[in-house]
Design a protein around this ligand. Structure first.
Ligand SMILES: Nc1nc2c(c(=O)[nH]1)N[C@H]1C(S)=C(S)[C@@H](COP(=O)(O)O)O[C@H]1N2
Ligand SMILES: [Mo]
Length: 319
């Protein structure tokens, strides 16, 4: 089949809130029921695959004060309800397909406006700063949320190594795009590679986490192994997975979502209950595992830490 790039198709790819949750749970239950009937109680194949993926504990992880005191979203949901379009657009696709991702050898190239551009091996990235566990609230643009115990350290610790110059006004992140191992990259739902960006002060903010693990373990592939970003006051798509290149630049980068649909996905994409997505409200959200809706909080509840970054900016214009 030949796929052509159609931005109007892209727009429909992000599922409007509320549709998928019940569909996903229904399918899950139906599949589990069918597996029990067919195999006399054996696991359904999805669960079997998840169970065989190797899990590796991270050692020497300290608890961090940058943690919200909220109930954690269960491991099972964090690792099977994912957006990672390189592996497919359904929530279950990444956990079913991402076993093909090869996370070793892995390097991250850091270049652009800096005194010491360098290529870092993932083994060295793991040792640059002490690993911390931080429980962050995460809010997807699709109006669902989770509370996730990430493991990592501030991105600033890595960026400092290359000595950014005064011309480094923004940071651009590019992620792996390998058609051999990523079925989604063979299609054109987005223009690959997945690119995201932050302003330099956002990138250097202590909340911005270079993330290497979750739930005390190495990141599962579907969560963006071996290294991803987590920016908890922004919609989830800013938190790029499986990063291979970081560029310090003087102009605002064009992100993959912004390129696909600029009227729907702005550069900043700060969580803001007062600025709706063109196709749905952002005022409320559903915490995965709950049925009632919660009010979405300004900057996803991190206003005390980050609102000053945007003082004087019109957040309707710079959405
Ligand atoms: N490379 C890449 N990174 C990505 C995405 C993606 O499709 N590709 N999806 C984003 C979106 S929309 C969300 S909500 C988060 C989900 O992260 P999680 O699956 O670990 O919860 O990853 C973000 N990072
Ligand atoms: Mo998202």
């Amino acid at each position: 089949m030949h796929l052509i790039h159609r931005p109007d198709i892209v727009a429909s790819e992000i599922t409007p809130p509320d549709v998928y949750l019940d569909r996903r749970r229904f399918i899950g239950q139906a599949a589990a029921g069918a597996a029990v009937l067919a195999a006399g109680g054996l696991l359904d194949p999805r669960a079997a695959r998840a169970a065989t993926a190797p899990r590796e504990k991270l050692i020497g992880v300290k608890k961090s004060a940058w943690t919200v005191p909220e109930a954690l979203t269960p491991y099972q949901d964090v690792t099977t309800y994912n957006n990672y379009y390189e592996f497919g657009t359904d929530k279950a696709d990444p956990s079913e397909n991402a076993h093909t991702l090869k996370t070793r050898p892995w390097t991250v190239r850091i270049e652009g406006e800096c005194a010491k551009p360098a290529t870092f091996a993932i083994e060295d990235i793991l040792k640059i700063a002490p690993l911390e566990e931080r429980v962050y609230r995460m809010r997807c643009v699709e109006a669902w949320s989770m509370v996730i115990p990430w493991v990592g350290y501030p991105l600033s610790e890595l960026l400092k190594k290359v000595e950014p110059t005064g011309s480094a006004k923004f940071v651009e992140f590019s992620t792996l795009a390998d058609p051999q191992t990523m079925p989604g990259v063979r299609g054109r739902v987005l223009q690959w590679p997945y690119v995201e960006g932050l302003r330099i002060d956002e990138a250097m903010h202590p909340l911005t986490l270079l993330t290497l693990g979750v739930y005390g373990e190495v990141l599962p592939n579907q969560n963006g192994a071996p290294v991803r970003l987590v920016v908890p006051w922004k919609y989830g798509f800013k938190s790029a997975k499986s990063i291979v290149r970081i560029r310090l630049v003087d102009k605002m980068p064009v992100s993959a979502w912004n390129r696909a649909q600029p009227s729907e996905y702005g550069f900043f994409s700060n969580v803001n209950p007062e600025v709706d997505h063109p196709r749905w409200s952002q005022a409320k959200e559903r915490r995965i595992g709950e049925f009632r809706k919660r009010d979405t909080l300004m900057f996803n509840g991190y206003a005390d830490q980050v609102a000053s970054l945007y003082s004087g900016m019109d957040l309707r214009k710079w959405f």
